[in-house]
Design a protein around this ligand. Structure first.
Ligand SMILES: Nc1ncnc2c1ncn2[C@@H]1O[C@H](COP(=O)(O)OP(=O)(O)OP(=O)(O)O)[C@@H](O)[C@H]1O
Ligand SMILES: [Mg+2]
Length: 228
């Protein structure tokens, strides 16, 4: 079963040129892959279509067997709960503590308070943020804020994690740790799609890589080919 399928997807922004053109690919359950390409190639647009902050102009995005065209209105939050997202700008709630920000997905899905505290502390500890749980996002460094965004995206163990340049603000050691954390998610049932233009990182990870060029999917490289 595929968790995600793009069927001949094109996206034209109002007044703009085509951000995506006839893009088709499929992501298997428990697969981890990367999307790369030049600035403006359409990488963030691709993630926005998965997360329903944008809609395709043509073609279909199918998530867990459901055409997202049919997911509208009140169903959108429900869909987003199945897709953890790490954004280029972290989008944290600035008046809420780290603990509260990361708890949110669990509160929304109705977990018990007693379970939430334990689960959130576990994830914060894994991301090296255990000592910052009471801080407000504005009191954190850029890299710490980014890690809070990552913690929030993974805390509910979504079906799919999408991350837009998740290691952009992190030093190489931390970036490598975050990547190995992502790489461990498929075995917990989460597929992972990461946008990155860090080529050395892509080569090290030895995962499938999709290459976008001016909105077109120009290459789909398998891990075996990367190793050569
Ligand atoms: N809201 C918008 N309205 C109009 N054009 C847009 C909008 N968002 C993106 N675009 C255009 O669509 C194209 C793809 O943008 P996108 O943000 O997907 O690129 P990207 O690959 O994520 O780039 P980067 O690496 O710089 O983040 C660009 O030409 C961009 O200018
Ligand atoms: Mg982008």
């Amino acid at each position: 079963m595929s968790v995600l399928r793009f069927e001949n997807v094109s996206k034209q922004y109002p007044g703009g040129h085509a951000a995506l053109e006839d893009v088709s690919f499929e992501v298997a359950e428990g697969e981890m892959l990367f999307v790369t390409g030049h600035s403006g190639a359409g990488k963030s647009t691709l993630l926005k279509l998965i997360h329903l902050s944008e809609r395709p102009s043509r073609g279909a995005v199918v998530f867990a067997g459901r055409n997202l065209l049919k997911v509208r209105g009140g169903r959108i939050p429900q869909h987003r709960r199945q897709v953890g997202a790490v954004y280029q700008d972290h989008r944290l709630l600035t008046d809420r503590s780290v603990m509260e920000n990361v708890s949110l997905p669990l509160i929304l899905r109705g977990d018990h308070r007693s379970d939430i505290g334990k689960r959130v502390r576990e994830v914060l500890a894994r991301l090296g943020l255990g000592h910052r749980e009471k801080a407000l996002p504005t009191q954190l460094s850029a890299g710490e804020q980014q890690r809070v965004g990552i913690a929030r995206a993974i805390v509910a163990e979504p079906k799919l994690l999408v991350a837009d340049e998740p290691t952009g603000n992190l030093d190489p050691t931390l970036a490598a740790e975050i990547m190995s954390l992502f790489a461990s998610m498929p075995e917990r049932g989460t597929s992972v799609l990461v946008v990155s233009h860090d080529l050395p990182l892509l080569k090290r990870m030895k995962k499938r890589v999709l290459i976008l060029d001016h909105g077109k999917l120009v290459d789909d490289i398998s891990p075996a080919d990367l190793a050569e």
